[in-house]
Design a protein around this ligand. Structure first.
Ligand SMILES: NC(=O)c1ccc[n+]([C@@H]2O[C@H](COP(=O)([O-])OP(=O)(O)OC[C@H]3O[C@@H](n4cnc5c(N)ncnc54)[C@H](O)[C@@H]3O)[C@@H](O)[C@H]2O)c1
Length: 273
């Protein structure tokens, strides 16, 4: 018995990265999958993989910024796969630059996909699940929704907005049976981070500041999302679960202070403590 046997879930950004990992994880636990993305080829690959394991699956190329297309896909998914039990809007983009130089288009694109597109997805899936009186949504925030980050005014604004959206939906829909939570990952080893962040910044800063000393694997974010979608999290609503290897647990890093402070004191008192 899987936790999601016979239940249909909608995943956007499912062609690769975290979205594909979420679709695979839910399928492994028995779910039927409605997968959407802009990337046709990636969806074909996912469909073949899920078909091969016998998972009922419906894929669609769409832009989550189109509320009509998203609503049509939710209706098609319910028609093909049965009533929706959950949704994970993973479609997201990053366009970094200093705030004073940020092009209007980069601001609009990131807010459009990461916030407005996620709202359209939550709204369409939420309408369906509210009509059934139960369901769960997990949004994909970021550690950049827990602090600021230079060069990422658009991304940070979109992810802080996403937390506000998640908590608001949790308060609106909780009594009607639909829970809404977020995961906030640190760097995850996907094309987004490999293509978008210079190796020296990854190695020298992100990993140094991360107590677990490595990026997350997409499967580790999928596991957290699966928990929040499942009945195991039946009383979890409006939460932001940091899946960050301990990054936000502290401030001093290995290179920038922790090594010094970890040495025994000259008097030896540290060694006796
Ligand atoms: N990778 C990380 O380090 C990291 C960390 C924290 C949060 N996140 C968030 O996780 C989510 C997934 O990121 P990822 O690393 O898997 O990225 P990714 O670039 O590997 O995959 C994103 C997917 O979203 C799709 N997509 C983009 N715009 C779309 C649109 N308008 N409509 C439909 N599909 C669209 C892309 O085609 C792609 O397949 C994003 O919201 C991202 O902000 C990623």
């Amino acid at each position: 018995m899987g936790r999601f046997d016979g239940r249909a879930f909608l995943v956007t950004g499912a062609a690769r990265g975290i979205g594909a990992a979420v679709a695979r994880r839910l399928a492994e636990e028995g779910a039927a999958i409605a997968a959407a993305d802009l990337d046709h080829q990636g969806l074909v690959g996912l469909q073949e993989e899920l078909d091969a394991r016998g998972t009922p699956v419906l894929t669609r190329v769409l832009d989550t910024r189109s509320p009509e297309d998203v609503a049509r896909f939710v209706a098609a998914a319910e028609g093909d796969l049965g009533p929706l039990w959950g949704a994970v809007p993973c479609a997201g983009i990053a366009r970094a630059s200093p705030a004073e130089l940020m092009p209007d288009d980069d601001w609009a694109a990131v807010i459009g996909v990461n916030l407005t597109g996620v709202f359209f997805t939550c709204r369409a899936a939420g309408r369906a699940m509210l009509s059934h009186g139960r369901g769960a949504i997990v949004t994909i925030a970021s550690i950049t929704a827990l602090g600021g980050q230079p060069g990422r005014a658009n991304y940070a604004a979109s992810k802080w907005g996403l937390i506000g959206l998640t908590k608001t939906l949790a308060t609106e829909w909780g009594r009607r049976g639909v829970r809404v939570n977020a995961v906030a990952p640190n760097g995850v080893d996907t094309p987004m981070i490999r293509d978008g962040i210079p190796a020296h910044f990854l190695e020298g800063v992100m990993l140094d500041r991360t107590p677990l000393g490595r990026l997350a694997r997409p499967e580790e974010i999928a596991a957290a999302a699966a928990f929040l979608l499942s009945d195991d999290a039946a009383y979890v609503n409006g939460a932001v679960l940091a899946v960050d290897g301990g990054l936000t647990a502290g401030f001093l890093t290995r290179e920038q202070g922790a090594d010094f402070a970890m040495k025994p004191s000259p008097t030896g008192s540290g060694a006796k403590a």
